[in-house]
Design a protein around this ligand. Structure first.
Ligand code: 4AD
Ligand code: MG
Length: 463
């Protein structure tokens, strides 16, 4: 008999003969009857299986423990118990896979830290089931948004020879024998015999190639894995994370901010509309203010201010006695305590900050007429901090080359990027949204390692 997903079974009217397959969450019972809670990952909910000892062999019932995989046939009947409309009165149960006694997911109330050590099995828990379903729905929301707004899904390479952010946080890609490296007379590694004939790395961002797409196709977005070899052991950083990078021709700073705000609101609204059961579960178990926070982001507007205005607010706070660990002054990179003050205490809503000092931002950002600031934007979110980084791009060839020279970025690697500014240059802008930071916000989870199936962080590449 073909099985029906539990999410669909729970919507059906009583009376049908059905088959359900899934993993046992709990089993309790008396001498005459066993109640099994079965989950198949299609929903946070379980379906109750009523197994009468008269109908189901003792030997079978003994094998049905938490974690076991079973196939159940029977009649869908109205449930007498509270909490569910229907349950299955089993006529036949087949144990597809028994579960060994050391199944790591059987204890309730384990810490997320412990569950991370069992990341291969934690997907079977309620919390990770909810997070993974939301993660999937967010990916769909993102493609939906861009497709409907005329952006092309553009595939940028993962292996690259350029460092987009210029921060030197790249993972090298090589097929060279590391024990026997060919070197030149100055002791530098000779890459001519390496796979690509030059040093290559995993990309930190698809932006540079994304700009090639946007300046030909109008509007594109990327959505793929990116890599940062930064030794940041924080609940907000991964070495491998997914980034969404739209890039748009003929877009100025205001249009860029409008896009950032509209796009995030679309994603949050999508979660509220499509993931109600999972969000309700997370709101109950993880963070009781989650739903309220999500709704407030959709309903309110984001605060927009310049970096200079932000510094003035922080300086005033310091003058009024607010203590920060790091001192505040114009030109500094904001620390997370400063961002949180602005977002969570001062404005109490998402903030889009713009016009940062040139020195703390990447080389490609459009320089303002003051010569000191650039048209960069960061979107700062409650609990998360920076969720988006983006900018208007410097489209003027001479100014861009000036920046590249000043920062001593090797020019010979950038020729193809600079060509966009030589052949029909155009004003354009784009941003990068960290997918896992979005999922953190939408789920209320506290640690970025718990919103991606198999996190990659310093000293951790298990599974
Ligand atoms: O601010 P970032 O470094 O910007 C760029 O890479 C630009 N090239 C994007 C663009 O304009 N197309 O990174 C963008 C976002 C951050 O705001 C953050 O959400 C996320 O990527 N991010 C990380 N997420 C998880 N772990 C890390 N180590 C991250 N680094 C950045
Ligand atoms: Mg950034």
């Amino acid at each position: 008999m073909k099985h029906t997903r539990i999410i669909d079974l729970l919507q059906m009217q009583p009376g049908a003969q059905v088959c359900a397959k899934g993993w046992v969450r709990t089993k309790r019972g008396s001498k005459s009857v066993n109640f099994i809670a079965l989950n198949d990952g299609s929903t946070i909910k379980t379906i109750q299986i009523v197994a009468d000892v008269e109908k189901i062999a003792d030997e079978t019932l003994r094998q049905i423990t938490t974690g076991a995989c079973i196939s159940v046939e029977g009649e869908l009947v109205a449930s007498l118990g509270s909490g569910q409309a229907v349950e299955i009165q089993a006529t036949r149960i087949e144990v597809l896979g028994t579960c060994a006694a050391d199944y790591p997911m059987q204890k309730k109330g384990q810490t997320f830290e412990t569950m991370r050590q069992h990341a291969h099995m934690r997907l079977r828990s309620n919390t990770f089931g909810a997070v993974m379903r939301i993660r999937h729905n967010m990916a769909i929301a993102i493609h939906d948004y861009f497709h409907r707004h005329g952006f092309l899904y553009f595939h940028t390479p993962i292996i690259t020879a350029s460092d987009c952010e210029g921060a030197g946080q790249m993972f090298q890609v090589t097929t060279k024998n590391l024990y026997n490296l060919k070197k030149d007379e100055d002791g530098r590694i000779d890459y001519s015999d390496d796979f690509f004939g030059k040093p290559t790395s995993l990309t930190v961002s698809g932006q540079l190639e994304g700009e090639l797409g946007a300046t030909a196709l109008g509007a594109i977005y990327t959505f793929g894995p990116t890599f940062r070899a930064e030794n940041s052991n924080t609940p907000r950083h991964l070495a491998e994370f997914w980034m969404i990078e739209p890039e748009v021709a003929f877009c100025d700073l205001t249009a860029l901010m409008d896009l950032e705000e509209d796009f995030i609101k679309h994603c949050v609204r999508w979660a509220l509309d499509h993931c109600a059961d999972d969000l309700e579960f997370l709101n109950k178990m993880i963070d009781q203010t989650l739903l309220e926070r999500l709704r407030s982001v959709v309903e309110g507007s984001f605060e927009r201010l310049t970096y200079t205005e932000g510094i003035a607010i922080l300086e005033k706070a310091v003058a009024d006695g607010r203590k920060f660990e790091f001192p505040v002054s114009w030109g500094m990179d904001l620390a997370s305590e400063h961002e949180r003050y602005l977002v969570e205490e001062y404005f109490r809503k998402p903030v889009i900050m713009t016009d940062y000092p040139k020195a703390i931002k990447a080389f490609y950002m459009k320089i303002n007429d003051d010569g000191k600031t650039v048209q960069g934007t960061d979107v700062l979110f409650p609990q998360i901090g920076e969720i988006i980084g983006g900018s208007v791009r410097e489209e003027n060839y001479d100014k861009l080359v000036g920046e590249i020279k000043e920062r001593q970025i090797p020019m010979k690697d950038m020729w193809w990027y600079l060509d966009t500014r030589r052949f029909g240059t155009c004003p354009h802008a784009g941003f990068g949204l960290g997918f896992e930071r979005l999922i953190l916000f939408i789920t209320g989870m506290q640690n970025i390692r718990d919103v991606i199936p198999f996190p990659r962080t310093p000293k951790n590449a298990e599974f």
